[in-house]
Design a protein around this ligand. Structure first.
Ligand code: HEC
Length: 119
């Protein structure tokens, strides 16, 4: 009898604790570590790209991409027309597209980047 009671208390205690543990780690914290501009390669346009692009998504989607300058330019139009990004024009557009093509161009391996499938 005493043993059953102890077991029930343990079980109850465990369940009561669970919501507390869940509340402590919000899904956001667990899945979206805070990014800073330095996550992008240093260079002219780094901050502009960071702040213009992270309003809607993290930089991961940019960092995994490899596009030509023309394709990056088209993508800026697509982002505005389809996804509602504020139109990028003039010098700012040139700065951003040049930066993207320079650092995330086709067949480019950034310094220090390693192919995980070859290691
Ligand atoms: C207004 C919101 C918004 C802003 C601002 C924005 N994007 Fe996007 N972007 C999106 C959405 C929505 C998608 C589609 C996500 C998906 O398909 O999962 C996307 C997708 C992408 C993709 C993937 C395209 C593909 O075909 O693989 C790239 C690359 C990208 N964005 C780059 C950028 C860059 C660079 C900037 C800054 C100049 C930017 N985005 C700013 C909303 C935005």
């Amino acid at each position: 009898m005493l043993r059953q009671l102890a077991f029930a208390l343990m079980l109850g205690g465990g369940l009561a604790l669970a919501p507390h543990v869940i509340a402590q780690t919000s899904l956001d914290q667990a899945t979206q570590p805070t990014e800073e501009p330095s996550i992008l390669p240093a260079g002219e346009g780094q901050e502009e790209v960071f702040y213009a692009c992270t309003a809607c998504h993290s930089t991961a989607i940019i960092r995994r991409s490899r596009f030509s300058e023309a394709r990056w330019d088209e993508l800026m139009t697509w982002m505005t027309e389809v996804h509602g990004m504020a139109p990028l024009e003039g010098d700012e557009r040139r700065l951003i597209v040049t930066y993207l093509a320079q650092h995330f161009g086709p067949a480019q391996t950034r310094p220090g980047a390693r192919n995980p499938f070859l290691n």
